[in-house]
Structures are given as C-alpha cells and as structure tokens.
Design a protein around this ligand. Sequence first.
Ligand SMILES: [Zn+2]
Ligand SMILES: [Zn+2]
Length: 392
Amino acid sequence: MNIPTEIQGFEDDLKLWRRDIHQHPELGFEEKRTAKFVAEQLAKFGCEVHAGIGGTGVVGVLRNGPGNRSIGLRADMDALPIQEENTFGHCSAHDGKMHACGHDGHTTMLLGAARYLAATQNFNGIVHFIFQPAEEGLGGAHAMMEDGLFEQFPCESIYGMHNWPSMPVGQFGIRNGALLAGGALFDVTVNGRGSHGAFPQHANDPVLAASEIVMSLQQIVARRFDPLETGVVSVTMFKGGDAYNVIPKVASIGGTARAFSRDGLEMIEKEMHRVITGVAAAHNVVAEFDYRVTFAPTINTPRETELIADVAADLVGEEKVERNHYLISGSEDFSFMLENRPGAFILIGNGEDTSPVHTPTYEFNDNILPLGSTLYAKIVERELAADSAALS
Ligand SMILES: [Zn+2]
Ligand SMILES: [Zn+2]
C-alpha cells in the first residue's frame, strides 16, 4: 500500500486519537468533547477552524495556492446508545454509549488527512474538513446545511467514507448511483370502537383492522415495485389493548421503509396511504398515517465515483477496489449532503473477522487509519492538483 512517509510518521498518533475518542463516546448533538478535540487538532495543523456549525459540527478550512476550486471531505463524530461488551483498555468509559459504527475511526482518518495536507501543501485550492454531528438518525447533516454549511464553505464536490466489516483490510467498495438505501419511519394509528371481548358485534375492531393492514402492506414491494428495483416495508411494532376480554378502541403499528431512490420512497408512501385508507374503510375504522423520510438514498455521482475509485486503485491496486459493490439496505446521513453537491461515498474494508457495525463487540480496525487518511488526502491532491492553477 502506498502510504506517504508523512502519514506513516504519525501513525501512532492516529491510533492514540482513535482510542481516546472510542473511550469517550458521545451521542448525536452531544459531541462536545469530540468536537473540542477535533477543533484543537485542526488549529494545531494550521487550519482555520469554525466550531458550532449545526450544533456540535466543526469545519476546518485549509487554503493553498491561488486557486479558488474547493472540495469537502466529511466525517461523522457521534456514537450509539449501545452498552459496549468489549473488554480492552480503551473500551467505553460511558455506560450505555459506544462507538459501535466506527465514527471514532472516521473522525481520526479525516484528522490524519488534514494533518498531512497542512504539512505537505501539495494542492491548489480550498479544502473543507467537515466533521458532522448526529449521523445516526438525528439529522446532523441537515443541521449543518441549515446552518449554512455549503454557503459558508462552498464545495464543488464532497466525499465521505465508511468502514465496512466483512470486507478485508486494504480493500474498497463503491458503486455509481445508489449505494445505500433511503429510509422512512412510519406510524399508523387505527381508531375503532371498543367493546367487551365477548360481544364483538358492538365493536369496530382496530386490532383486526391493523392486522389486515400489516398483511396488505406486504403487497407494495411484491406487486408495486419494478422487479428489478428493490425496497423494504417492515412493520416492527404492533400495539393493541391490554386486557384479555376487552376489544380496545385503538391499535397502532409502526415500522420502517427503505428504497434506493426518492421515487421509490414516495411510491411506498403513496401506496401505504392507499392500502391503509382502503383497509380502514372496509373495517369501518379510521386510520391516521404518518410517514417521515429520515434518510435520503445515498447516490454517488459518476465523475466523483470514478475519481475516488481511481484514487483507491492507485493506493491498493485495481483488484482490491470493487467498483460495483452490492446495494446496502442500511442508510447514511451523508446522503442529504449528496443531494446538494456532486460527490461520492466509499466503503473501506474493516477486516473480515470484525463484528458488524451497531453490535456491542464491534471495533474500528486501527490498521486502516493510515489508509483512510491517505485516501482522503489523495482525493484532494487529484481534485485540486497543484498544477491546476490555470483552470481556476
Ligand atoms: Zn451507524
Ligand atoms: Zn456509521
């Protein structure tokens, strides 16, 4: 692997930073300690530092040469509400909180890139190091954008990276177009008429209606989607009465929907509405339906996908870069930034034998820190090549 000597020189620091962040996990929008650490390091490298963007977000700005072209590199800082089961020395010091998605590693890799680029200055233009809060479903990307992220820090293109357990160390995966699904959460409240359990003729049974809604929703993916596209509708919550002999007045269901395009997410909403209203009418009950898109699909743009894949191939060899990675039904908050700017999101192998993300025994693999830092840095050196002044 082609890791620059500068990055090799501070590999031990990267490991120390990553483990320190791991030991002090903070949930979304509470990343005060992490943000402070990030801001201090960026300042030390010589970046202009802007803290408090979208709550606890931080942006470091590095300028070099006369060029005005700009790029954004993004990492996430938040941890998850999971009780860590690892027993190593740097495991979580905070009960019920854990870096179980590797955002400790993502933050460290981007800091490593900032340190390298600040020291080597082998680019012409402006780099924005974006450290976002609250990736795990709380809307950190939105918060930063609403706070003027791209107006204050214009980025012609943006890049992000996520570690991927099950992929060997030294490998990357990406695909043009959709890579991760968009997701929505939904709630359905079925209002009927309750009665004694022995006299159903006096009730409009919301439990039966809700049951039929659950079954009928499954026709959406099976019968409404183009068979070559894909989606998910999962009902994961079902609540009814609380007595054996009482038909309740209300039953409620909730769950998640996924699709790989905005159109898919909208189609699911429309179809769910039709099914729920129709089934409710058949049962003489009234259903309220709430559907909220919490993640956009993560959609990579062609030019930036090719650029990041080419940079990865230069580092690890073409055979170690899967350019047609399989679709992932999980979601990523970076998707909202990608709806605003051209860019790409790449997966970096965390090793085949590491636990999956979001599990209590997950651990970010320190061995990939220098590789991740190098990838980020080399994207900048290619996108803002030092001899590209004439283009700007
Ligand atoms: Zn996660
Ligand atoms: Zn994550």
